[in-house]
Design a protein around this ligand. Structure first.
Ligand SMILES: [Zn+2]
Length: 279
């Protein structure tokens, strides 16, 4: 068999397994519980889940999406997260191969999946998740910077860690500035309409969104921040039209759109910039 195919299959299976772990994190971290202990159990009947019922994707199909013990329906989120993570890992592998970059962006992609699905379920994320992302991103930029320094390069602009720090400050500052403007605009609108809030919301962007964009800056740089920031509303609008047609709730968390936009910026950012600047 072709070795490329073997590697592709291996990477996507690894992605499914990481997705399975992310599912546990999505369920437990917002509740302040450990992601590692105790082992997985059914949230309805508390029966520990046997290893053969815990195989990513496969178990969901074999069990016909129900708990083996109490027949409680298993959330569709489980196979979706596993599938999405697997596909993202494969996409990343096809883009950069097995490399240092691959290891670095596995963390980034995993955090994107994590915050998106926590935000969908809880409408808020633990603040430490994006901070952890920022620290991991900076840590990955250190060895190459240290290597340059050791080899007598003292031009700071060439250091990956400097680029990451610039991205961080830009992501935080840029988004915070838009948040300030947005909040003033919303205040103005609420005073004008003599309302207290728009469907319970008073803020344009939350501080969680600001942290998130800081993390995007560390991993994707300043260009990535701008692209992510301006692409996300397009995805939100597409969902809004869908919600309008199918009469679903309009109050939708924003981090999934920012995550989607960050992924598009990672895979197709240069193409998009060329297209936009070319016109
Ligand atoms: Zn059960």
């Amino acid at each position: 068999m072709n070795l490329d195919v073997v590697f592709n299959v291996f990477v996507i299976l690894a992605g499914f397994c990481v997705g399975s772990f992310l599912n546990v994190c999505i369920y437990r971290l917002p509740k302040g519980k450990s992601a590692i202990f105790p082992r997985s159990f059914c949230p309805k009947c508390n029966t520990p889940i046997k290893w053969y019922d815990n195989i990513p994707l496969l178990s969901y199909i074999i069990l016909k999406c129900r708990c083996r013990n109490c027949r409680e329906k298993i959330s569709l989120r489980y196979p979706i997260v596993e599938l999405v993570t697997g596909v993202l890992f494969l996409g990343l592998y096809l883009q950069v191969g097995l490399s240092w970059i691959f290891a670095k962006y596995i963390f980034f992609f995993s955090i994107l999946v994590l915050v998106s699905f926590i935000d969908i379920e809880y409408h808020a994320i633990p603040a430490y998740l994006c901070v952890a992302g920022i620290v991991i991103g900076l840590a990955f930029s250190l060895p190459a910077s240290f290597y340059l320094f050791k080899n007598g390069v003292f031009d700071l602009s060439k250091f990956p860690v400097v680029a990451a720090l610039k991205g961080l400050l830009f992501g935080l500052g840029f988004t915070y500035l838009f948040k300030l403007f947005g909040d003033v605009f919303i205040d103005f609108y609420l005073t004008l309409r003599k309302k207290d809030s728009i469907e319970g919301e008073r803020e344009s962007l939350g501080l969680g969104d600001v942290d998130f964009m800081g993390m995007v800056g560390v991993f994707l740089g300043m260009k990535g921040v701008v692209l992510t920031f301006f692409l996300a509303p397009f995805f939100a609008i597409i969902y809004s039209i869908f919600a309008l047609i199918f009469k679903k709730s309009h109050l939708i968390p924003y981090l999934p759109y920012l995550s989607l936009a960050a992924l598009v910026a990672f895979f197709w950012g240069n193409t998009i910039l060329q297209l936009v600047l070319g016109i």
